[in-house]
Write a protein that binds this ligand. Structure first.
Ligand SMILES: Nc1nc2c(ncn2[C@@H]2O[C@H](COP(=O)(O)OP(=O)(O)O)[C@@H](O)[C@H]2O)c(=O)[nH]1
Ligand SMILES: [Mg+2]
Length: 223
């Protein structure tokens, strides 16, 4: 049943990927535990890039419009998807979300997945890149305990570094653990509270638009 479910998801994800490539909408899937600071990161990122490129946000949560309201408050194009008991977004939900959002050609779209380090790792949404957000309050062993999430990630945001003096998170060990499961993983240590480290993250986002376009032109294997 799980294999059939994932195969069906992959088909829809492929359709999403094709649509996003045709409309030149570069899409990032933000994943991480509840409270890792995914929405806070978007609240920093969207205004910083908003003047350069249109940005849309698709918010995923089990319930409420709370995150969509936070993003709406900063003036961005946003839609909320509620999964009810579901623990992750799937490609079909994202397809419907894209229809509602109508991200313009040449834009950037962020998808904030439902908060947890397990199920979202399994579901391709048709995005270009997956980003895992791990805050230093969660412990430096999490990449080892939830390896699937870190293995599928294209980048890691090591979040809330302003709290490093107050928590026993060992930065070197955290990075080593992440790279043990995902060699070469690109990492950004940053704080959405203080803004420290944000520049490198923003610079990467500015660079990936042309890179993602090039890879979309090359195409991947259809499921
Ligand atoms: N100290 C600190 N707190 C943060 C930071 N980013 C987010 N938070 C706080 O962490 C909590 C969860 O943030 P939220 O964006 O809702 O997390 P999400 O569930 O992953 O979307 C909130 O109370 C935020 O104010 C940060 O960089 N430093
Ligand atoms: Mg959130």
């Amino acid at each position: 049943l799980e294999a059939r479910l994932l195969a069906k998801n992959d088909e829809v994800a492929w359709a999403n990927r094709t649509w996003l490539a045709a409309h030149d909408v570069v899409t990032l899937n933000l994943m991480g535990a509840p409270g890792a600071g995914k929405t806070a990161l978007l609240e920093r990122t969207v205004p910083a890039l908003g003047g350069e490129v249109p940005v849309s946000v698709l918010e995923g949560d089990q319930d409420t419009e709370r995150d969509a309201e936070r993003i709406r408050a900063i003036g961005a194009n946003v839609a909320q998807i509620n999964t009810g008991p579901g623990c992750h977004l799937d490609a079909e939900m994202v397809a419907r979300g894209i229809e509602g959002l109508a991200p313009p050609p040449g834009s950037l779209m962020f998808v904030e997945n439902v908060g947890n380090l397990v199920c979202p790792a399994l579901f391709d949404l048709g995005e270009h890149l997956k980003v895992v957000v791990l805050s230093v309050t969660e412990g430096d062993d999490k990449p080892l305990k939830y390896p699937h999430m870190f293995r599928v990630a294209d980048a890691l945001v090591l979040h809330k570094i302003d709290l490093l003096p107050h928590v026993p998170f060992d930065l070197e060990r955290g990075l080593e653990n992440a790279r043990r499961v995902r060699p070469g993983l690109r990492t950004f240590g940053l704080s959405s509270q203080t803004g420290e480290g944000l520049d490198a993250w923003l610079a990467w986002l500015r660079r990936i638009r042309p890179a993602a376009k090039a890879s979309a032109r090359l195409g991947g294997a259809a499921p």
